[in-house]
Design a protein around this ligand. Sequence first.
Ligand code: GLU
Length: 490
Amino acid sequence: MQQKTVRTRFAPSPTGFMHVGNLRTALYEYLIAKSLGGTFVLRIEDTDQERLVEGAVDIIYNTLDKVGLKHDEGPDVGGEYGPYVQSERKNIYQPYAEQLVSEGKAYYCFCSKERLDALHESKKEDDTFSGGYDRHCRDLPKEEVDRLLHEGTPYVIRQRMPIEGSTTFDDVVYGSITIENRELEDQILIKSDGYPTYNFANVIDDHLMNITHVVRGCEYLTSTPKYNLLYQAFGWDVPTYVHLPLIMGKNEDGSVSKLSKRHGSTGFEDLIREGYLPQTIVNYIALLGWCPKENRELFTLQELVENFSIDGISKSPAVFDYDKLTWFNGEYIRAMSEQEFIDHAMPYFRKVFPDAGLNWQVLASILQPRVTKFTQIPEMISFLKVLPEYPADFFVNKKSKTNLENSAQMLKESIAELEKMDDWSVDSLHDALIALAQKLEVKNGTLLWPVRIAAAGMTVTPGGAMEILAILGKQESIRRLHIGLEKLQA
Ligand code: GLU
């Protein structure tokens, strides 16, 4: 038998927000398709016209683009199964629903909103009522249906669920799942506005678009028997179901619960704003529910494609750990070339130095090993712009053998030496200060500690004395060393 080409689809509803859970679904769909030589499709599910959000589709395109999940078919790139926006497919669904009606597998329901509201109200106290529809219109006589249709009574089309027996389906991750049919509501397929429900449209579209693997969050597991019954009703092949585990967040008391805003940012754009790199986010979320065969954590998207396999997906809930994400981000930042780092960091450098031309290379060299998010940069480098207030006892350091007296002497000697210099590079500063320490017969640290304190006004700094001097430039460096000296002499 000829193997079908694998086709997966990412089918977001344009809500204006890309939750990390949705992005993970997109990523796994992409990885399943690409690791099996298949096709990755983007389909926009906008049948819920009341929930449409302006600009929401652009957010979907931008996110996929930023993380490199390139779709092979979709609204913007086309493809042979289009249109790829459900609202543009509106006329496709109704005939399929009518077909089910004519075969007795679906029916017109004329119940008014008032009747349904009253139904729910009256059954409030009834534990045996599942909250669904009471099948009032399921067996209306044909003449009655024709009359109501003829009178133009608004209607929906509902699926006629079997009342007896059970439905079993297989999920690659969760195994075989059986549900009693009597628990299944006669769900709406076509709404009174003529639009299909998500539950109906996704089945029709997945079939018409030849989707082989349906990948989605496990919150859809309980709806899957209904989808299965639709495939059966039409006599269509059921796709391979791949449901993904929940993503949890860590609570303060150590317990976990479904990831939400109170755990931290849950949207892709918010994480980007916080300073995480797109490739970090992709790498990290790949591991939320999938375990690579080898013991390794860092993967580029291409490496994920090469290593991904469905059997590595686990059903146990995955915990979104922000500290771990930050660690990943630091690793990605360190792996950048110097130029890449500077390009990324420049907007943050510019927040502190809007127009000054600094020695960006030196600045990068002291920041790249330390930064875990670019958003930390402005605060980390503000001491280079404005010398912080600091007390004289910062000059006292046991390990460097410095005290208030010898620090003053070191600063005086350093100023004299630095005044003479023309070449203000890290190397020349290094050579000059090391030679000075030798000449004065002190440990390097005894000279460099007070110089760094005076230059930075802080005890803990990114980079050492020479780098800080090099970034400050000659004039500012000497000015700061004088301020330090005055503090010591006061
Ligand atoms: N439109 C649905 C959502 O955004 C898609 C679910 C599915 O992948 O089938 O949740």
